[in-house]
Design a protein around this ligand. Structure first.
Ligand SMILES: Nc1ncnc2c1ncn2[C@@H]1O[C@H](COP(=O)(O)OS(=O)(=O)O)[C@@H](OP(=O)(O)O)[C@H]1O
Length: 372
């Protein structure tokens, strides 16, 4: 689950050398052979495997559920004689259509060996972590209390009209309804293939227990858990918003606890699954001012992205020809900034003049790049 330590878990597996992520190269080859140019423009980018800086996430289903060809999913993994493939696109659990789509495309020979690790974090603190992520990225500017209100409002509007399994895109707040998500996955996958881990114990003093459980479940002992993808929040969680969210999530958490207890009792959960316990409410602060959080100043990379995205999007075909695919897109914006610099293209230049410019300097730049 999104914001529940999925990066830490994935890295602990990748570090063993026995577990491999989706390959950016294979993924881009799928794009090329299927002529799926639009994929490179999706956000986050499809094929963002290790080479592109998104080691654990292919985002294939985020993309193919919209544009089709989910059956190409197996092709994004390199076939290897030994070892396992793993991916952790964090929204999979709460993307209802992914469960069914994955079941449909998974080759029957591999299906019985498929294992799903579901890391669950107390939903209010998960939402707060995701909110902070969005503030850092500049996608959200309102204070958390406003964001939470909006989420609750959106939920009331949409969930009265649409069944949980048909909510697409799932509102952020709905991603914390774990019992419903897991029940939905169980329509397509055996409970024995789903290992539920409590984030709050998995990485704590119980880490050794979790690692043993993961080894029993997957056949691979993960390395030590570090703390990946961790940033200090700019503000504390306001108590009023926290309490409102705790009230919202409480019955859903109770459903989850009942489900895991029942599964343990009747033997439907995997043998390796440790007792789940409960999800502790996060700390809060009474003294959070209601002002808009100051967004973190954009990093050089983000500035490059802002500058490059419209430019690269409108000239992606020319860039691909120039750089042999992928290297010079807005998503790998250092590459794009590099292109801008190397080709001395001014960002304000109109599309036709840029295209002419790229075409005229293309050969020279490729040669320079090959030399460097
Ligand atoms: N070892 C360990 N112990 C405790 N907490 C940990 C650990 N590793 C990662 N984290 C916290 O997990 C949050 C990031 O989760 P993800 O990597 O799943 O995020 S993402 O969905 O991929 O963006 C992020 O939470 P926040 O800091 O609250 O934002 C990380 O701090």
């Amino acid at each position: 689950m999104h914001k529940a330590g999925t990066t830490t878990l994935a890295e602990a597996f990748f570090g063993t050398g026995r577990v491999h992520t989706a390959s950016g190269a294979c993924c881009r080859a799928v794009q090329r052979t299927r002529n799926l140019t639009v994929a490179a423009k999706s956000t986050p980018p499809m094929c963002g495997a290790r080479e592109l800086g998104w080691p654990k996430e292919s985002h294939f289903f985020d993309w193919c559920l919209e544009h089709g060809r989910c059956e190409d999913y197996p092709l994004v993994f390199r076939s290897r004689p030994a070892g396992s493939n793993m991916e952790a696109t964090p929204r999979m659990l709460s993307q209802p259509r992914a469960a069914e789509a994955l079941a449909a495309v998974m080759p029957p020979s591999i299906r019985p060996a498929a294992r799903f690790i579901i890391l669950l974090r107390e939903p209010t603190s998960r939402l707060f972590s995701w909110y902070n992520h969005q503030v850092r990225a500049g996608w959200v500017r309102s204070p958390f209390a406003t964001y939470a209100d909006n989420q609750l409002h959106e939920w009331r509007m949409r969930s009265t009209r649409t069944a949980f399994a048909a909510l697409d895109p799932m509102p952020d707040i709905g991603r914390g309804l774990y019992a419903q998500s897991v029940l939905h996955w169980r329509r397509f996958w055996m409970r024995k293939a789903l290992l539920l881990l409590n984030y709050h114990t998995a990485f704590s003093e119980m880490a050794a227990v979790s690692r043993a459980a993961l080894e029993q479940f997957t056949g691979v002992r993960p390395g030590l858990f570090k703390r990946e993808n961790s940033f200090r929040a700019k503000s504390s969680l306001p108590c009023a918003a926290r309490d409102q969210l705790l009230r919202f999530y409480s019955p859903h958490n109770e459903d989850l606890y009942r489900m895991v207890r029942q599964d343990a009792f009747d033997g439907s959960s995997p043998e390796a699954e440790p007792p789940f316990g409960t999800l502790p409410p996060p700390a809060c602060s009474e003294f959070v001012t209601n002002s808009t959080p100051t967004p973190t100043p954009p990093t050089q990379r983000q500035q490059n992205q802002q500058q490059c995205r419209p430019f690269c999007d409108s000239h992606s075909a020319a860039w691909r020809t120039l750089w042999g695919g992928g290297k010079c897109s807005w998503s790998t914006c250092e590459g794009c900034a590099h292109c801008l610099r190397e080709t001395k293209v001014r960002p304000g230049l109109g599309p036709r003049r840029v295209a002419n410019h790229v075409a005229s300097v293309g050969t020279r730049v490729s040669v320079q790049m090959t030399k460097s």
